[in-house]
Ligand binder design. Structure first.
Ligand SMILES: [Zn+2]
Length: 614
């Protein structure tokens, strides 16, 4: 349904002639009408519009009416807003439903101009910001409708395999689980409060881009270092699973007239980011699934090749609600290090999932956090694979919330969401893995088994680290919790945009500072020199504000003794050491992580002040 809403000072129309063979019948009243202070709703009914669309359209109209307070509402059939009109009969039916819906609830009079007639109209618009709005209301895609109708059954399952109803479980030892259950099962409204992570995001140059759609971020040079380090690290982690993994680069929009794309989209729900180009509709990918499946359907695969993985850090798009957008967490565009693993059958998929799960748990513990898990399972899986489910939960070593849904709705049979509980005591989903039995067939991906028969693989979807930005959210939230506990917040050295800052006390020491910087740079350590003409105190404070892990101060004594004086952010210590000692120390600290080159010039005096440091 497409709408153009106009708040009109004056509006009048009169019927001229038939536009279709069987137009709506006219009576003396609806043949011509005049209105004052009215909300005119020019309406195109489109293919696929249904009762759900009618209900939501009515809500939208009420929302607008609430704000502008018109004396009446006029539904005005108007075919020119859409190229995909419903047939006349359906359109009349839908318009009648909309009229009824509005009349039922509205406290003001609702009118409907007759359908199927050419009409002359005049309109005088108020011209305030809300006086002209256009809206498109689409049939809610499968996922959302399904989500509303599905009755989920919730259980708490312990690592020992005990099963409880959520209201009967004793949460005293599991406060994190309680928070997740309160939200997911009891729909408890979560407390608000200022999220320190937002402030930290901006500190590192993660900001909203005001010149794009809502929910798109831009990444300053500091943020870019962190992103690039994680692009590489997520690939490193994918490759460490012990199976062959192929890295690819895909495109980000897929044609909705392709059946598998449409079907997959319908299952995804109502957060699809759609695009229309030259009359064709595209969906922006919400992860790397589309691309990898579309590629894999063209590959010739033998059972001997399985299992193997395909990986991309995919730019991904989801139309999140405006009110829910959150820096580095709920975004309309983000980067998903998405890995799909093709397996022969469910048995092999379960085995591979165990390896994936192990990695997920290892990685979160490296950040110093623990997940609380939500296992979404189908009824079939819950009944037939109870032991497998318990085995997974045993590995989590923490009781899990299990949501049982009817079989045959989604493409997955097991969908595990791993949440942290953040500084605001909110569950935040970070990592995930799913076992998918539907898309192999849907996209016609096949492999040849030992008997020469074509079969569809069972596919695991996983983001082991979580979305790149969400992983960063977790890292920054960990720092937020340090601050809340009275400690100096920091992020791991391998992610720090600048790892070492050198501050020469006097200009004369600059050459010595440069020689140290060169040694560090040669080792792949990101370093800069604060050569500004500021006091030593200010320069040390600025380095602290940027959370630089190591600060080297150079004075005469250091030059004479060929040493450096190093301040450690993490421990608030200071130590005199040699450059080689420092290099050895940092080497050890970052040895398991990628070393990427820095995104900022070495000399601070050469830098303009970026928006996020102003
Ligand atoms: Zn996927």
């Amino acid at each position: 349904m497409r709408l153009l809403l106009i708040h009109a000072k004056k509006f009048s129309y009169s019927v001229t002639e038939k536009a279709i063979n069987n137009p709506e019948e006219l009576d003396e009243k609806n043949r011509a009408r005049d209105f004052e202070n009215t909300l005119v709703v020019f309406t195109s009914v489109e293919k696929d519009d249904d009762e759900n669309v009618v209900n939501r359209t009515a809500e939208e109209i009420f929302e607008v009416a609430k704000k502008i307070k018109p004396s009446s509402i006029v539904i005005y059939p108007y075919a020119h807003l859409s190229a995909e009109l419903a047939d006349p009969l359906t359109a009349q039916k839908i318009l009648a439903q909309l009229y009824e819906k509005l009349s039922e609830k509205a406290e003001i009079q609702v009118y409907k101009a007759p359908f199927g007639w050419y009409k002359a109209f005049t309109i005088e618009c108020y011209g305030h910001p809300l006086s002209e709005l256009s809206k498109t209301i689409k049939k809610t895609k499968g996922g959302e409708i399904v989500r509303r109708e599905i009755k989920k059954e919730f259980y708490i399952v312990t690592p020992d395999g005990e099963v409880f109803k959520p209201e009967e479980f004793d949460y005293s030892k599991y406060p994190d689980l309680k928070i997740l259950v309160d939200k997911e099962v009891f729909g408890k409204v979560l407390e608000g409060g200022e999220n320190i992570v937002n402030k930290y995001c901006r500190k590192f140059g993660f900001e909203w881009e005001p010149m794009s759609d809502h929910g798109h971020m831009r990444y300053g040079p500091h943020a870019t270092t962190i992103m690039e380090a994680l692009f590489q690290y997520s690939w490193q982690v994918a490759r460490s699973l012990g199976i062959p993994v192929f890295k690819v680069i895909g495109t980000n929009m897929f044609d909705l007239s392709e059946k598998p794309v449409l079907e997959h989209a319908l299952l995804f729900g109502d957060r699809l980011y759609e695009l229309e180009v030259e009359g064709k509709k595209y969906v922006m990918r919400y992860a790397a699934c589309h691309q990898q499946f579309a590629m894999l359907r063209d590959w010739i695969i033998s059972y001997k090749n399985l299992p193997f993985g395909m990986f991309e850090v995919a730019d991904s798009y989801r139309l999140e609600q405006r009110g829910e957008l959150n820096l580095c967490f709920r975004l309309r565009k983000f980067y998903m290090p998405d890995l799909h693993i093709l397996t022969r059958d469910l048995e092999q998929a379960i085995e591979a999932s165990k390896t994936v799960q192990k990695k997920i748990l290892e990685e979160v513990s490296k950040v110093g956090r623990r997940y609380v898990a939500l296992y979404n399972v189908t009824r079939d899986f819950f009944e037939k694979y109870r032991e497998v489910l318990i085995d997974f939960i045993k590995r989590d070593n923490y009781p899990a919330l299990v949501a049982v849904i009817p079989s045959g709705i989604y493409y997955w049979i097991l969908n595990v969401e791993y949440h942290i509980i953040d500084n605001l005591k909110r569950p935040r989903e970070i990592a995930t893995f799913q076992i998918d039995i539907g898309n192999g067939k849907r996209f016609n991906i096949t492999y040849t088994d030992e008997n020469g028969e074509k079969k569809h693989p069972v596919i695991i979807h996983t983001a082991i680290l979580g979305g790149i930005e969400r992983y960063i959210y977790m890292v920054l939230d960990t720092a937020a919790q340090m601050q809340l506990n009275g400690k100096t917040p920091y992020i791991p050295t391998w992610l720090s945009p600048i790892q070492v800052r050198i501050i020469p006390i006097k200009k004369e020491y600059l050459d010595y500072a440069k020689s140290i910087a060169e040694k560090l740079l040669a080792k792949g350590i990101r370093v800069d020199i604060d050569d500004r003409e500021e006091s030593l105190g200010k320069r040390i404070r600025d380095a602290g504000r940027e959370w630089i892990p190591y600060i080297i101060v150079i004075g005469e004594r250091e030059i004479k003794s060929n040493t450096i004086n190093v301040r450690f952010r993490r421990t608030n210590d200071q130590k005199i050491m040699s450059v080689d000692e420092l290099i050895k120390m940092i080497d050890k600290e970052i040895k398991d992580y990628p070393r990427i080159s820095q995104t900022l010039p070495v000399m601070i005096s050469q830098r303009p002040i970026p928006s996020y440091q102003a």
